[in-house]
Design a protein around this ligand. Sequence first.
Ligand code: KG4
Ligand code: ZN
Length: 341
Amino acid sequence: MRALGIESSCDETSAAVIDDDRILGESVVSQIDLHRVYGGVVPELASRQHLSAIEPVVTEALARAGVRPADLDVVCVTQGPGLVGALLVGLSFAKAFAWRHRLPWVPVNHLLGHVWANALWGWQPRFPVLALIVSGGHTDLVCLRGPAPDAVDVLGRTRDDAAGEAFDKVARMLDLPYPGGPAIERLAEAGRADAVALPAVGRLRGSLDMSFSGLKTAVYDRLRGSDPPAAADVAAAFQHTVAQELTARVVQAVALTGIDTVLLAGGVAANTALRSALDGAAAARGFRVHAPPTRLCTDNGAMVARAGIAAWDAGIRGSAGLEPVPILEQFRWRPPRPAAG
Ligand code: KG4
Ligand code: ZN
């Protein structure tokens, strides 16, 4: 099935054409340089930038794929979650494009896009499967019971900051540029994780939920203390703590559910320390971890196209009245059963 995917939920305008699990052509315009001076994404600037980028990005993706609009089977677009103005640009463009070319279209949950990126990189969809979604706005440990967008149970999630948000805020404390994740990862290479004692990520008794705000505050306190540690050591210790705690949650979820495959998804999934911590746990405990390459972990149109095909197969269809949903609550809150504290 030939699908055009359009993504505009945050600070990347991106489009891609895929044929089932194969990427035929992609185009991305990143706004990172635009927002960097402000230390984070400025929503109104993002919307305006999407507006000028969306048409050239879609045209370029089609050209690179060597595909005409008439050769497409479906147009897939992110409906949410994300910044409402940014989402509106992609959604309005997709509706108009589909109408102009007499194509059907399908709304996509951005978080499921991240999960389905795995199918573009060798994951053969089999269910149930666990997924750790770690992005700038979300940290959800979920179970996909099947391919349909509403067959997702949340086993645990962050009660405050998302993991990516914590990376971005700690990076700011260390005077590193936005986005913080890659900057912390680079700086951490020169540091020692055991040189700075940080508290574990908040563990909530009887739950797989997480909390990153205490860790963030601990970093802040250490940096403002009388004898502040070296920035590289702080970066290494912070990254190590996040990786260990996310891995501990995944191990717990595997043990509770008996499901032996975990998909890694979202921008933070690009983090090498997290990937190796999970790989180590998987090798020791006999479960499998699947992760896309870095370029498919951050926001992209191909993941939206692939999640769109799954949604299409599940009978989801777009209609003129559908609007962007900044907080898209499609997942069902259903912890497996109380976890050991
Ligand atoms: O999924 P994504 O591209 O956008 C959202 O949907 O939020 O994730 C962006 C987040 C940012 O917080 C960024 O700092 C983080 O992913 N990130 C990383 C890395 N690359 C991106 N965090 C840790 N290590 C990385 N290598
Ligand atoms: Zn994302």
